[in-house]
Every structure is written in structure tokens, then in C-alpha cells.
Design a protein around this ligand. Structure first.
Ligand SMILES: [Zn+2]
Length: 360
């Protein structure tokens, strides 16, 4: 059976540490998982995501998700499209905390998939209860957060290239719902992070799962890019009035420098334990460095080569040159050489490190 690539990205917000931790897993559908139809749609354009110069994001919410939350998600995605351009057909499915409402949303999802020839009804029904990325998984995360009072959220880019879309899902964005003391800004950054994953995918046309994974690059690059682009872009959008900000009312909000310092402290705390600051695989404590260390690595590259180096230089060449080739062309050195340079940067005093961050 042909394997279908699934990328699953998770963002968890823990109120105790007032920090957000994110991680992703690459999952492989195929054996033991619902068999997706590999149906080609000949009417779809050469770009498998059908990229057009307009906002192609669609938001679907469960019945128990408020209009306010829905609009805030739409607004954040619109701001992402405005600043980074369209990544093509994009579906963002937002779950609430009610199980019946989640099942109703799953019905809407399956009706859509079957009508488009993406999945059989039976496969889609089974998919909604998938423990890793099914709708009920996301609903339970929100329900558990409210039941326990422990803020916890999850959002992910769950593949979709085989259908010519970006398939995204999210648990209830607590901060947009005004719950459990999470700031709306945290949720906006999460949405930008997830949208950036769709941007990464939009430059890759192959439907071959293995090849797509290779072209996306190592985990530190995939996640570090999403972290850095979201963290560094959000303040610009707030300042430009392109994204609403309620910082005054958000007691947990921290500015860019504080958020990045927290990430740096995590990196330093793992320095002895983890042999590689830029992990190539998910999993384990060292795998989490992909986010915080990777985020700093990309912030460093953006500082050296410009904010638009990924969009304008790296991504447009990745499918033809391969990940390493595109890296060398965009950054003038191999990824191995960069790792050595980055390790030197990590040894600098904190005051010099934060100096590379854009001034707010
Ligand atoms: Zn991610």
C-alpha cells in the first residue's frame, strides 16, 4: 500500500510555566491506518495546492465554538496570507469541547472529503477518532483543559497534499475564547506557526510522501522556521494594526524578547544532555530543541540574510535543488557548517544573542 505523508504539529500551552511548547511528529499513514484513496483529479492545476493570489483559507468550527473565536481565527489567517501570500487551498478545522458537536463537524468534514473524491466514507469516519489527529482527539484536549483548569491546546498541519489541500485542525483556542488566562496573542502566534507550515508545503509539488519529507528538511528547520517566522512576524502585524492585540488585558503576554529568552534558557538547559542542538528527528526531550533551538537558528539566519530569505530565496529553489542544495544557495554554507557557527552563537552572552532580534 502506498504510504501517505502526514505531518502532525502540536502546540501545547502550559499555564504553570506560562510558556508554550510545541512539537510535531511525522506520522506515516498506511499499514494499520485508514487507506486513503490515491485519486488524481485531472482538473487540478499544476500547483497541487492550487495557489492563487488571494486568501484561500477556509475555517470550519464546531457548533459549540463561538463566532468570536471563529472570526479571530479567520482574522489571524487573513493576516498570515497578507504578509506571506497564499499557500493554496487551506482548511482549518476548529474543535470545541463538546463531543456531539465534534462528531457533527466530522460529518461535515467527511461529506466534503467524499464529495471531492478524497476519501471513502468509511475511511473518513474512522479517521475522526484517530488518536493522533482525529477530530475527537482535538475535542478531548479542549474538554480536558476546561475540566482540569490546566490550559492545554493543540493544533496541527495534518497533511492533505494527497488531496491538494492543507489539512489543519485545532483544539479550542483557549486564548481566543478568553479562557484559563491564556492570551489571544499566544493563539495568534500558534495560527501563524501552523500557517507557515502550509507555506513550506506550498513550494513542494510532489505527492510522494518520502520525497516531500526530504524536501521539507530536518525537523529543526521545519519547526524552527515556523517558530521564528511566527514569533518575529506577529509583533509586526500587531504594530501595523493588521492583527488585533489586547496586550493590556493579557496578563500572560510576554513580548518577543522575553519569549525568545525563555527559549534560549531551555536550549542552554539541554546543552549538556543533548549532543545535537539542531535535532533532525522528533521525539524525546532533545527532539523538543527543534522548536526552541531551531527557532533561534532561523532567527539568526533571518538576521544575517533578511526577513524574506526563506520566502524569496530558500523555498523557491527547494524542489529543484533539494533541501541541502537550497540551504547552501540561500545561506552560502552547508547545513553542517551552519551548525558549527550556530553553536558558537549559542555560547555568546545572552545580551549579544538578543541583539539579533528585531527591535520592537
Ligand atoms: Zn509546527
Amino acid at each position: 500500500m502506498k504510504h501517505v505523508g502526514m505531518i502532525f504539529c502540536l502546540t501545547v500551552v502550559l499555564i504553570e510555566s506560562q510558556a508554550s511548547q510545541s512539537w510535531c511528529q511525522h506520522l506515516r499513514a498506511g499499514r494499520g491506518r485508514p487507506g486513503y484513496k490515491q485519486k488524481e483529479n485531472p482538473t487540478r492545476p499544476a500547483n497541487i495546492f492550487g495557489v492563487r493570489q488571494e486568501n484561500q483559507t477556509e475555517v470550519f468550527v464546531a457548533g459549540d465554538v463561538s463566532q468570536k473565536v471563529e472570526q479571530a481565527v479567520r482574522d489571524a489567517l487573513a493576516a498570515a496570507v497578507d504578509v506571506w501570500g497564499s499557500s493554496g487551498r487551506f482548511e482549518y478545522w476548529v474543535l470545541g469541547t463538546d463531543r456531539a458537536a465534534a462528531l457533527e463537524l466530522a460529518e461535515v468534514f467527511c461529506t466534503r472529503r467524499v464529495a471531492r473524491g478524497d476519501m471513502s466514507e468509511g475511511d473518513c469516519r474512522r479517521d475522526s477518532s484517530d488518536k493522533d489527529h482525529g477530530f475527537l482527539h482535538y475535542q478531548e484536549i479542549g474538554a480536558n483543559a476546561l475540566a482540569t483548569g490546566r490550559a492545554h491546546g493543540s493544533a496541527g498541519h495534518n497533511g492533505g497534499a494527497e488531496w491538494g489541500i492543507h489539512r489543519m485542525a485545532s483544539s479550542l483556542p483557549l486564548g481566543l475564547a478568553g479562557l484559563l488566562g491564556i492570551s489571544a496573542e499566544n493563539e495568534q502566534i500558534t495560527i501563524l506557526h501552523e500557517y507557515w507550515h502550509s507555506v513550506q508545503h506550498s513550494f513542494i509539488q510532489t505527492k510522494d510522501h518520502r520525497r516531500r519529507r526530504q524536501l521539507l528538511g530536518p525537523v529543526w528547520f521545519v519547526e524552527g522556521s515556523a517558530v521564528a517566522m511566527a514569533e518575529l512576524t506577529a509583533p509586526k502585524l500587531w504594530q501595523a494594526g493588521k492583527l488585533s492585540s489586547e496586550k493590556e488585558g493579557s496578563r500572560l503576554w510576554e513580548n518577543l524578547e522575553k519569549r525568545m529568552i525563555k527559549k534560549m534558557r531551555f536550549v542552554q538547559s539541554k546543552r549538556q544532555e543533548c549532543s545535537n542542538l539542531l535535532p533532525t528527528t522528533y521525539g524525546g526531550d532533545c527532539g523538543k530543541l527543534a522548536y526552541d533551538s531551531g527557532g533561534w537558528a532561523i532567527a539568526y539566519l533571518l538576521h544575517k540574510f533578511g526577513d524574506d530569505v526563506l520566502l524569496k530565496s530558500f523555498h523557491p529553489t527547494v524542489e529543484t535543488l533539494g533541501w541541502e542544495g537550497a540551504f547552501q544557495r540561500a545561506f552560502g554554507q552547508s547545513s553542517g557548517q551552519f551548525l558549527i557557527e550556530f553553536e558558537r552563537f549559542i555560547d555568546l552572552p545572552l545580551s549579544e544573542q538578543v541583539g539579533i532580534l528585531p527591535q520592537q
